[in-house]
Design a protein around this ligand. Structure first.
Ligand code: GLC
Ligand code: GLC
Length: 815
């Protein structure tokens, strides 16, 4: 197997050592409003807040060659006329050395070619709407070098979807200005937009280009632009067609000399009444943006912005740090899994190399679950996220499946009526309360569907979430599934036979028959969480009511949702079982075997252990636990999209990494630390680094799926980065296997770790207190005795220290 790089844990970087990774291995820039995706060869694009509506640079998905279009720099030896890109793409010129360091919020790509060493640091300063490219060039030759540097970005005409489709208009509207060495992209600024992009450089220019076809030349690509080849820009001004930004600089480097050059690519908005300067003209008013450009063209400000970014990440990651006997656990928990959780916080499912940034907005269900992975790092922003989500909830308690980040309004593009959605809101709020203890959130008055006048306390929203399910029960008393439940592709009311019809929006049945065992389990889990919250707040009557409802649903599940050796998955519209040993295919599904035990179902009567044994026997593979078996070998009209996928891919029996942690947690709940950690390691990206040729996606983040045993490429991952796998794996390892678990009343310490671990250490910042935890194994079991500050305490939940005490020493002994 080839090696493509290594983890540098000290610097919290993944270092890629050859440019031709099996797929582009990407990173994210930006943390609040301005974001970029950047691959190991400088491919990718940037956007402001909304990847579809405010796309700054253009990117062509599914392009050939792969990953073509990005943040390019060309270097040209003006004596020999030879040119190359220090990031390998787009010229593919051979490099004498190459490394790409993906760090937290930044990427550095460096290489040497013809005795010129180049390094480019890309990052977005905190609080700013711009990205910095800091280029450093060193002449390693023994003689002076005369080098031209060219940049190249292609602007997107803002709405990425329209940009990729509406050519009859868009080829006419492109507009730019070039002023004082700064390239401004201002398409549509003349009328309804008050924003523009800018591309600036710290050096005086010898030329520039803004018209793509002139810069590249007819029928040429980014690999050999005419301007670069001939060593001279055209000073072109784009009118229509395809606006780009390209600077041209001349540099003379003495032997051993190093030069730093700064490029800024940014987004800026002007107040509506001050768009133009002079007023009445169509020229951009640049008075508001010039100071920002000037600030970041100064190297000392770039240095301090970079230092600030690094300490921002130090601050986020220090909320949990562990030292266990397992390197892959440490690396993912301490660095990459936490980082990925923050990326899902920022992106939801909108923009990755598998999500085009045009389709899915913020998912209701997805965002609610992502919160499990970042609430301890950014509690205040998690609070805001919860309130945003709740404000898109419908009066019925149901939810839009998605909302647009720019407007925060729900949209129906992928349908609504996914009947599991509302329950995730309850789980998200429970996670927030357990982390922060901030019960004031429950009293915040939040509208339904953004309608003013409809405001109700958040607590009432949660109650409606539960009632939504109770008001939608099917023939067996189980929850009706609606369009689908967690499994988007189990479309039991769709019956789609028309090509191109969306499985998620078409409905050919009235939805009164098909039921979901998964939603049943999820309801029990959510109802028990809400009961605990109610009790904690002193609302005993509510608590009893939800305890009761949960028990009633549990009884129904045991009666109609148990197949003998595992939990059933569903009943379809014909009243037939899905996920039963009676089925020809799809006899056992992973989801209910995880969620039901998580809800406490089957924990005391042996059913949970039985179901988990069935998972082990039927679903576990070396690459992780597949979603179902046997895979569907053909299309079943009554089951929907799930059976549209070839066996082993996606919901049809791939290893769906999001659901594996449910099994890990269930295994931990029944006390099987070895099994839980074994499953954890099977899909841990770092543990799979050695098989990068098979896995193919980035070895530092989870992918949505790994092809299952029925696939022709088992072990091959797809859809990296934006997946609920990040949050759930983080929750499984930190809260259940390591057992450091927030509760409403304090931090619980209940590890269920592998038997051969002698212990581990952890530091956890929780409600403002830093807990220094040391866990020791004194026996093979999972029973915990706790000592706090040298004194033993009863139970597993740490008492909150007296006010003013910021550090607590905890010793936990397992027997
Ligand atoms: C995708 C969706 C998620 C869904 C899962 C299973 O990951 O983002 O919402 O639960 O697929 O269909
Ligand atoms: C989820 C599923 C995918 C499906 C999509 C529909 O992402 O993983 O298979 O097409 O939802 O929205």
């Amino acid at each position: 197997m080839a090696s493509y790089g290594f983890f540098d844990d000290t610097h919290r970087e993944y270092v890629i050592t050859r440019p031709d990774t099996p797929l582009p291995w990407i990173n994210y820039l930006g943390s609040e409003a301005y974001f970029g995706l950047i691959s190991n060869t400088a491919g990718g694009y940037s956007f402001y807040r909304d990847a579809r509506l405010r796309r700054i640079t253009r990117y062509r998905y599914n392009n050939v060659p792969l990953d073509y279009g990005g943040r390019y720099i060309y270097l040209r030896d003006d004596d020999t006329t030879e040119f190359w890109s220090p990031t390998w793409q787009p010229t593919h010129h051979e490099l004498e050395s190459y490394t790409c360091r993906h760090g937290l919020g930044y990427t550095v790509i460096g290489s040497t070619c013809h005795g010129i060493k180049a390094g480019i640091l890309y990052f977005v300063p905190l609080g700013e709407s711009l990205e910095i490219w800091q280029l450093s060039l060193t002449n390693l030759r023994e003689s002076p070098a005369r080098v031209s540097a060219f940049t190249g970005v292609e602007f997107c005409l803002w709405d990425a979807q329209d940009d990729a489709a509406n050519f009859q208009r868009n080829l006419n509207i492109g507009e730019v200005e070039v002023d004082d060495g700064v390239i401004y992209h201002k398409t549509e600024y003349r009328e309804r937009r008050n924003h523009f992009a800018f591309f600036a450089c710290s050096e005086p220019l010898v030329g520039f280009d803004t018209q793509r076809d002139l810069f590249l030349g007819p029928y040429r690509g980014w690999d050999r632009p005419t301007a670069v080849e001939r060593g001279q820009s055209f000073n072109s001004i784009a009118h229509g067609w395809a606006p780009i930004g390209s600077h041209h600089l001349w540099l003379e480097l003495e032997p051993g000399e190093t030069r730093q050059i700064i490029f800024l690519l940014g987004y800026h908005e002007n107040p509506d009444e001050e768009k133009f300067d002079p007023a009445g003209s169509l020229t951009i008013n640049k008075r508001t943006v010039r100071p920002i450009i000037a600030r970041y063209l100064r190297p000392e400000n770039v240095e301090s912005a970079f230092a600030a970014l690094r300490s921002y990440w130090d601050g986020l990651l220090k909320s949990l740090h562990v030292e266990t006997p397992d390197l892959h656990t440490d690396r993912m928990v301490n660095i990459w899994n936490a980082y990925q959780c923050m990326i899902t916080f920022n992106m939801s499912r909108s923009a990755s190399y598998f999500e085009s940034g045009m389709g899915r907005g913020m998912g209701f269900r997805d965002s609610a679950q992502d919160l499990l992975g970042f609430v301890h790092m950014v509690p205040a922003r998690a609070r805001e996220r919860i309130l945003d989500l709740a404000a898109t909830q419908l009066d019925s308690g149901g939810a839009y499946h998605q909302y647009q980040p720019l407007t925060k309004r729900g949209n129906d593009q992928v349908g609504s009526g996914f009947n599991d959605d509302p329950q995730w809101l309850v789980l998200a709020v429970a996670a927030y309360l357990k982390e922060t203890g901030d019960e004031t959130i429950l009293d915040v008055s939040v509208p339904y569907d953004h309608r003013s006048g409809s405001e109700q306390p958040l607590y009432e929203h949660l109650q409606r979430s539960l009632h939504y399910t109770l008001e939608r029960l099917g023939p067996h008393g189980l929850p009706l599934i609606g369009r689908a439940d967690w499994n988007d592709c189990l479309n039991l009311n769709t019956f789609s036979s028309a090509p191109g019809e969306s499985f998620q929006t078409a409905t050919h049945r009235d939805g009164k028959v098909a039921e979901s065992v998964l939603i049943g389990g999820l309801f029990v889990l959510a109802a028990r969480e809400l009961a605990a919250i109610a009790r904690w707040r002193g609302l005993e009557a509510d608590a009893l009511r939800y305890v009761d409802e949960a028990a009633r649903m549990e009884a129904v599940l045991l009666r109609h949702g148990w197949d003998g050796n595992w939990f059933l998955r569903a009943y379809d519209d014909l009243g037939q079982k899905v996920g039963s040993h009676e089925c020809v295919e799809g006899q056992i599904f992973i989801e209910p075997q995880g969620i039901c035990p998580l809800a406490g179902i089957g924990l005391h009567d042996g059913r949970a252990e039985k179901a988990l044994a069935a998972v082990k026997d039927n679903l576990a593979t070396p690459n992780g636990i597949v979603l179902l078996q046997p895979a569907y070998s053909h299309y079943y009209l009554q089951l929907g999209e799930i059976s549209s996928y070839p066996p082993g891919y996606k919901e049809n029996a791939s290893v769906f990494c999001h659901t594996n942690p449910w099994i890990m947690i269930a295994e931990a709940m029944v006390g099987h630390g070895d099994q839980a950690h074994d499953y954890y390691i099977r899909i841990n990206p770092s543990a799979r680094e050695a098989i990068s040729d098979v896995h193919r996606c980035e070895p530092y983040v989870y992918a949505q799926m790994i092809a299952g045993r029925d696939a022709s490429t088992p072990g091959e991952a797809k859809n990296s980065w934006l997946t609920g796998a990040a949050a759930w794996n983080y929750a499984a390892i930190t809260q259940w296997i390591l057992g450091i678990r927030p509760t409403l009343t304090g931090l619980e310490i209940a590890p269920v770790m592998p038997t051969n671990w002698s212990g581990f250490k952890a530091q956890r910042v929780y409600r403002g207190v830093t807990y220094h935890i040391s866990v020791e194994r004194a026996g093979p079991g999972n029973s915990v005795s706790l000592m706090v500050g040298g004194r033993s305490v009863a139970g597993q939940v740490l008492p909150l220290p007296p006010a003013g005490q910021a550090e607590v020493e905890v010793r936990a002994v397992l027997r």
